[in-house]
Design a protein. Structure first.
Length: 290
């Protein structure tokens, strides 16, 4: 898994006025390369922007323009997945490219704010700013330094991968899906008692990861065949259903907290069957034929 996380600071409200760029390359879950440059925006510095990041005209004296650093910067991004927190940095890079008449970087963009909103339910609608998410993670950094912010965005993505079990390719798809796949408004309760005389009566099911069907629909399917459905893994859990992923993704450390807890209980002797969503749906179909 390899990607580049970036961040930019601007001299004034015009997003093309980039005055600092930071880039951090990650490979196999670790930071492997750092890149930071001051940039002469050929524009004025607004006092509000200076108050935020501390960069003024004296800091960029003698620095290259965006056009002069674009070749090196864009080569760093070319052909890679590029992570930024919110759309601001992506727009800034494209607007600066247009202003200085250079081609924008040829890359695949991934918004780590969108990732955070889907990885942690508590941040689905608010509180998903870079500083707040990093505080929750226990990751310390100097906010509004382009390189520090870039590294922070990268670590948010790594944490989301570890939390959900979704790898980089899966996240590229997940961010294009709605945050609440069950629709707007409060989420339907996942808890189900299950039919008293179903073919799987007595089984206790927990779902984790991104499912192809809405979570409440999966819960209804489980209840129809007699399963009790609960939101979290406990000593009563007998089946854990994981969103479809490659075997290699399930074999690594990047698993959801529910998945890791289930494995811990299995090692302690608890009988828990771990199924992919596809396997679960086949189980439901076969159970209805009995």
């Amino acid at each position: 898994m390899e990607f580049v996380a970036i961040d930019v600071e601007t001299a004034n409200p015009d997003m093309a006025s980039i005055c600092q760029i930071g880039a951090a390359r990650f490979a196999d879950g670790a930071l492997v390369e750092e890149w930071k440059r001051y940039v002469d925006p050929k524009d004025y510095f607004h006092e509000m922007n200076v108050a935020i990041h501390g960069i003024d005209s004296s800091a960029v004296a003698g620095a290259p323009t965006f056009a002069e650093t674009a070749t090196e910067f864009h080569e760093t991004l070319s052909g890679r997945i590029v992570v930024s927190h919110t759309h601001f940095d992506r727009v800034a890079v494209h607007q600066a490219s247009n202003r200085f008449r250079v081609s924008p970087p040829n890359c695949i963009w991934l918004d780590s704010a969108k990732v955070a909103r889907r990885a942690w339910e508590k941040y689905a609608s608010r509180g998903y700013g870079l500083s707040n998410i990093c505080k929750e993670m226990g990751y310390g950094f100097k906010h509004h330094d382009a390189l520090e912010d870039a590294k922070a965005a990268g670590h948010i993505l790594l944490a989301a991968v570890a939390e959900t079990g979704l790898d980089l390719e899966a996240w590229l798809k997940r961010v294009e899906q709605p945050i609440d796949l069950d629709g707007l408004g409060p989420k339907p309760s996942i808890k189900r008692q299950g039919k008293s005389e179903g073919p799987l009566t007595g089984e206790v099911v927990v779902f984790t990861g991104a499912l192809d069907i809405p979570r409440h629909q999966a819960a209804d399917m489980a209840a129809e065949i007699g399963c009790q459905v609960t939101p979290g893994v406990t000593k009563k859990t007998t089946i854990l259903v994981v969103g479809d992923q490659d075997v290699t993704r399930l074999a690594g450390h990047a698993k959801s907290s529910k998945h890791r807890k289930a494995e811990e209980l299995i090692l302690k002797g608890q009988s828990i069957q771990i199924l992919r969503e596809t396997g679960f749906r086949e189980l439901v179909a076969l159970s209805k034929k009995q």
